[in-house]
Ligand binder design. Structure first.
Ligand code: ZN
Length: 248
C-alpha cells in the first residue's frame, strides 16, 4: 500500500457553497469568546454571518457609577466593532434584560420567528447542558437559557407550521429546517476546528469589548497560552470545539 496522495476527509466546515450562518447567543462578547476564530475563518471563506444577541449585557460591570442603559449602549457599540473585526456586518439585539433570560415559550417563539425570517443554513448557539466550564467556572444561566431556547425553536417549532401557527397564518412565515446546528461551550464536542490562522483576529476582536476586558495584555497572554495539542514553540496551534448536529 502506498501512502502517496492519501485521501483526506474533508474538514467539517469545508462547505462547497456560501452558507448563511445565524449566530444566536445571549450576550455581547459571547460570539467572540465562544467561537470568534471559527466565525472569522468562515467570514473570510465568503460565508454570510448574522448575529442575533438576546441581551445587551447590561449587568456586566462592577462600576457603581454605570447605569444599565449606559452600559447597554456601550456594549452594543463594542459588539458592533468586534463583529466588524471578525468580518460580520449584521448585528442585531433582541432586548431581553441581561441575567434574567429564561427558555420560555415567548423566547422560543421569538427565535422561531427569526429562524423563519433569516432561513439560515447553519445556526451557531451554545450547549444548554453545560453547567460547568472546566474545573473552575459555572456556566452563565443566560448561556444555558439561550442554548435551550434555540434548540427548542430549531426543532420542532421552526419546522412545523402548526407550532406558533400565528407566525405562518398571520405573518406569512413559512416553516424552515436548519441543516446544521453547532453548539459552542460544550462538554461533549464532536467537531474540533484548527483555527490557528484566525486566532489573532479573535484576540483583536475580544479586545474591542473594552468594558469587559480590564487587562488587555493579560487577556492576550492567556489567549496565546491556550495551545492545542501538538503545538510547538515555533508552530503554535489553536482550536475551537463544538457539538455539531446535522439535521437536514
Ligand atoms: Zn455571556
Amino acid at each position: 500500500m502506498s501512502d502517496q496522495n492519501p485521501i483526506k476527509p474533508a474538514d467539517p466546515d469545508a462547505w462547497s457553497t456560501p452558507q448563511k450562518i445565524l449566530v444566536l447567543l445571549a450576550h455581547p462578547d459571547d460570539p467572540e469568546f465562544f467561537c470568534g476564530a471559527s466565525l472569522a475563518k468562515w467570514a473570510r471563506a465568503g460565508h454570510e454571518i448574522i448575529y442575533f444577541l438576546m441581551t445587551c449585557g447590561d449587568k456586566g460591570t462592577s462600576d457603581r457609577q454605570l447605569e444599565s442603559q449606559m452600559l447597554c449602549t456601550m456594549r452594543q457599540d463594542e459588539q458592533r466593532t468586534a463583529a466588524s473585526v471578525i468580518g460580520v456586518k449584521d448585528v442585531r439585539f433582541l432586548g431581553y434584560p441581561d441575567g434574567y433570560l429564561v427558555p420560555d415559550l415567548a423566547l422560543r417563539k421569538e427565535i422561531t420567528r427569526i429562524i423563519r425570517i433569516i432561513r439560515p443554513d447553519i445556526i451557531i448557539t451554545c450547549d444548554p447542558t453545560a453547567l460547568y466550564v472546566g474545573d473552575t467556572r459555572l456556566n452563565h444561566p443566560d448561556h444555558r437559557a439561550a442554548g435551550q431556547a434555540v434548540l427548542d425553536a430549531v426543532f420542532p417549532a421552526a419546522r412545523d407550521h402548526l407550532n406558533f401557527i400565528e407566525l405562518w397564518r398571520d405573518e406569512g412565515l413559512e416553516p424552515h429546517i436548519t441543516r446544521e446546528v453547532w453548539a459552542s461551550v460544550t462538554n461533549q464536542p464532536n467537531v474540533t476546528l484548527d483555527v490557528t490562522s484566525t486566532w489573532d483576529i479573535k484576540i483583536q476582536a475580544l479586545k474591542e469589548h473594552k468594558s469587559q476586558v480590564r487587562d488587555p495584555e493579560g487577556l492576550e497572554e492567556r489567549m496565546r497560552q491556550r495551545l492545542a495539542p501538538g503545538s510547538t514553540p515555533e508552530t503554535p496551534r489553536y482550536e475551537e470545539s463544538f457539538r455539531r448536529l446535522i439535521l437536514g
